[in-house]
Design a protein around this ligand. Structure first.
Ligand SMILES: Cc1cc2nc3c(=O)[nH]c(=O)nc-3n(C[C@H](O)[C@H](O)[C@H](O)COP(=O)(O)OP(=O)(O)OC[C@H]3O[C@@H](n4cnc5c(N)ncnc54)[C@H](O)[C@@H]3O)c2cc1C
Length: 221
């Protein structure tokens, strides 16, 4: 399908969102991703295709890609994405993916753990939960290398003290981040971010005897 670029937004000094209007109506579940093809300049060895989570929630209708740009050197794909003119189209396939919340599940006490740009599926899922008033309790542990947390303002607006608590951290993830959660063994965990981060969190959870884990990792960083 074709997606038409309608807007670009600078979320932090190195994170940008690209807002696309699909040419045909597309339905997806919060947390899913698509594959995008950008035929711009001569591609480098990483090629013309990328996977990105849809950071928007289904009720928002637009397909939004949110991604981090390397300060020194970006791939040709990212350079072309940044330079894409409003009104241009790109090709997309999908949506796919099972990093989604089962709203009918009996476990409605969730812990989301994000490393950096791994926040994108959680942005979609959180907006979906609060837009639809699902009675789901979420603890979000959000780790970032610096104190520019994408979506922080937006999360603070939807923050419902009964149902959502957020820890923002610029420290390295540690076991203590889990054990300080009350009844941590009884929750369903979702972990998203670069591979090294996801491996560290999942290994830590396993060592604490936690097995209710869904993971989504972003290669390429
Ligand atoms: C299911 C899924 C969902 C994803 N969702 C997201 C998402 O929501 N947001 C997101 O940002 N990413 C997401 N990703 C990761 C994304 O697909 C890219 O792999 C990632 O953004 C890196 O992009 P890039 O290769 O364009 O490199 P860049 O981001 O441009 O660069 C990353 C690093 O690689 C180096 N580099 C760049 N080009 C080259 C090259 N040609 N050769 C060697 N080194 C190079 C850079 O210098 C930098 O250090 C997802 C991946 C998957 C599989």
């Amino acid at each position: 399908m074709k997606l038409i670029l309608r807007d670009k937004k600078k979320d932090t000094s190195d994170v940008f969102s690209f807002i696309f209007e699909p040419e045909v109506s597309v339905s997806w579940k919060a947390g899913q991703f698509m594959q995008y093809t950008l035929k711009g300049s001569t591609p480098d060895d990483r090629g013309t295709d990328r996977f990105f989570t849809i950071s928007s929630a289904p009720f928002e209708k637009s397909i939004v890609i949110t991604t981090r740009f390397n300060r020194d050197k970006s791939s040709t794909f990212k350079e072309d994405l940044l330079n894409l003119k409003l009104g241009s189209t790109i090709d997309a396939m999908g949506p796919w993916g099972d990093f989604v919340v089962d709203y009918t599940s009996k476990i409605n006490d969730l812990v989301f753990i994000a490393g950096g740009i791994g926040i994108t599926p959680f942005r979609s899922i959180l907006m979906d939960i609060y837009h639809n008033n699902y009675p789901i309790k979420v603890t979000l542990l959000y780790f970032n290398n610096n104190d520019e947390f994408p979506y922080k303002d937006e999360f603070n607006e939807i923050k419902d003290k009964e149902l959502l608590s957020i820890l923002y951290s610029t420290n390295k993830f540690s076991e203590n981040d889990i054990t300080s959660i009350k009844s941590y063994k009884e929750k369903q965990y979702y972990v998203s971010g670069p591979k090294g981060f996801v491996d560290l969190v999942v290994d830590t959870l396993h060592s604490l005897g936690v097995d209710n884990i869904k993971k989504d990792f972003f290669p390429g960083y």
